[in-house]
Every structure is written in structure tokens, then in C-alpha cells.
Design a protein around this ligand. Structure first.
Ligand SMILES: [Zn+2]
Length: 165
């Protein structure tokens, strides 16, 4: 994806107030992120580990960002689960991330949940740039391009669900 600035990211949030978007923590090392290898930029709030954020390039070419609440993996959890974005399986490395919906639906308490890599590094797992251990990636005959396209489509579907009332 194209590199983004802090200002662009803050302006891209669809499911929190302008005030929240202004205050939430955006990574300071944006310039050093591996943008070429990212299908979305995801991060956790270092001050509030149950908060996570992801921003992706939307169909109109503009960024769209989503605020998430994540349950910490249960202590000692060893059950393997699969990320629904990149289809990587981790032991204890996948979290249920819940996003309040945009607008009125969100104010009424509606939310969308998905199991996502706890470190929000799906793009790197797909490309084999981060290792989740033996058996983490399904052996598939499809190409890397196709895996990337699938991840992008999964993330876009999730962001679309959050964005629609
Ligand atoms: Zn993932």
C-alpha cells in the first residue's frame, strides 16, 4: 500500500469520533514501516493493549481506518486458531477483534467481530516475512499474488461491514 502520514490516518477512521481519532496513538515510526509489503497497517495501542487499529487502502484509493477492541489471548492458551484475514494458524496468536460499527449503528452498540492475528501482521505472514511456526501456513497451490489478493479481499470485506450502517 502507499505510505500514509499520521494526519491521513487520523482522518481515515470510520468508527470513532473525531476527538477519539485525534487522541488515539498512531505509530511514530510510520516512515520505517514496510509499506510495500503491507496490505493493511495494523497496530496496538502501547498504552492500552486491548485497543488495536487497522488502516487499509479503500476502493476509492483513500485510506480507511477502523478502531478495534481486542480480547487478550487467555492466559496459557495453547489452542490453535486461524486468522480470518490471512488464514495463518497460531497457538494463542489470534485474537477476537471487535469493531463498533460506524455511525448510528455503532452508537446503538452494534459491532463486528473477527479473529485476526494478534500482532496485526497478516501481510508479513502471507509473504513469509514473519514466521508463525510449523504448520502455521496451509500448504496451498495458489500463488503468493492470489494469497495477497485473498487477504486484501478479507480485510476489505471486514472494513466494509464496519463501515455500513
Ligand atoms: Zn492474520
Amino acid at each position: 500500500m502507499e505510505p500514509l502520514t499520521e494526519q491521513e490516518i487520523r482522518a481515515a477512521f470510520v468508527n470513532c469520533t473525531k476527538g477519539e481519532a485525534k487522541r488515539l496513538s498512531v505509530p511514530r515510526d510510520l516512515a520505517d514501516r514496510p509499506w510495500d509489503d503491507l496490505d493493511y497497517l495494523g497496530w496496538r495501542d502501547p498504552q492500552a493493549p486491548d485497543r488495536a487499529y487497522l488502516v487499509t487502502e479503500w476502493r476509492d484509493g483513500r485510506p480507511r481506518a477502523v478502531a478495534l477492541r481486542s480480547s487478550a489471548p487467555a492466559f496459557g492458551q495453547t489452542r490453535r486458531s486461524m486468522c480470518t484475514m490471512c488464514l495463518t494458524t497460531h497457538s494463542g496468536g489470534v485474537s477476537l477483534m471487535v469493531a463498533p460499527k460506524a455511525g448510528k449503528a455503532g452508537q446503538q452498540g452494534n459491532s463486528v467481530g473477527a479473529y485476526i492475528c494478534s500482532d496485526l501482521a497478516c501481510s508479513l505472514y502471507v509473504r513469509g516475512k514473519r514466521d508463525a511456526g510449523i504448520g502455521a501456513r496451509l500448504h496451498e497451490t495458489i500463488t503468493l499474488e492470489e494469497k495477497i489478493r485473498r487477504t486484501v479481499a478479507n480485510v476489505a470485506a471486514f472494513v466494509a461491514k464496519v463501515s455500513t450502517a
